[in-house]
Design a protein around this ligand. Structure first.
Ligand code: ATP
Length: 236
């Protein structure tokens, strides 16, 4: 398996608070890897560091073997990394369609963009029906779908997904995880941040446990599901 992403010893500080302490993590091409942990453990910060939305104080982020420490967020998107952030951050006053077009802002071939929007509407039929609706009037689950579809509009090799299940009803969560599995089968590699550890581990190949800014455990998702420590802390 080839390494798509390799994080070596990175740390992130917010003012005086050290949010990440010497994190190491690998994502191989084709994998679904999950990062689990409690509130405030640093999961979102890890994704933000990869997207270059926060600065790292030490360490290296390698993508396809290249160091991306000093890249700008839009350059990272161009290299093939897309981020679907927590809280979704869609443009509420724009239509579903404009949000998707925005996701393709780095691309210049408009015919291809059009074809990709059509493809997203096949993956997410709920969005197709609502293409002219203002994104802010979508349900929580539909907004989550839009956030994922928007991220896919940059044709990423690596999709960073932050808390796709947050605040959603179980049926919608199942729908979203089916879509995640389908994406994976089309070759998209996924780094998934989730508070719902059970769901995340059931859908991942490997997992990392983050506690107070440090990775405390890692391994095959099926082993972590059985791990006593993980069960106690995260699986109830
Ligand atoms: P959650 O699921 O609650 O979002 P998380 O594991 O994703 O948790 P992070 O959002 O990465 O955690 O936050 C890690 C730590 O960094 C927390 O202590 C948080 O308060 C702090 N933090 C995050 N963003 C900022 C910021 N912009 N400024 C200051 N501190 C921050």
């Amino acid at each position: 398996m080839s390494r798509l992403l390799e994080i070596n010893n990175i740390s992130v500080n917010y003012g005086g608070i050290q949010a990440l302490k010497d994190i190491n993590l690998v994502v191989n091409a084709g994998e679904v890897v999950t990062l689990i942990g409690s509130n405030g453990a640093g999961k979102s910060t890890t994704l933000r560091a990869i997207s270059r939305l926060v600065n790292i104080t030490n360490g290296d982020i390698l993508y396809e073997g290249r160091n991306i420490n000093r890249r700008q967020p839009h350059e990272v998107v161009k290299l093939g990394i897309a981020h679907s952030p927590e809280g979704r951050r869609i443009l509420a006053r724009q239509t579903v369609l404009s949000n998707l077009e925005l996701g393709a802002y780095i691309r210049s071939n408009q015919a291809e963009v059009k074809a990709d929007i059509k493809h997203q509407f096949e993956i997410f039929p709920r969005l197709a029906e609502r293409r002219q609706q203002l994104a802010g009037t979508l349900s929580g689950g539909e907004q989550q779908m839009l956030a994922i579809a928007r991220a896919l509009m940059s044709r990423p090799k690596l999709l960073l997904l932050d808390e796709p299940s947050l605040g959603l009803a179980p049926a919608i969560v199942r729908e979203i995880f089916t879509i995640i599995q389908n994406l994976r089968s089309t070759g998209v590699t996924i780094l998934l941040v989730e508070q719902n550890a059970n769901l995340a581990l059931e859908n991942a190949d490997r997992g990392y446990v983050l506690e107070a800014g440090s990775i405390t455990l890692s391994g095959k998702a099926s082993d972590l599901l059985k791990n006593e420590q993980v069960r106690k802390a995260y699986l109830g």
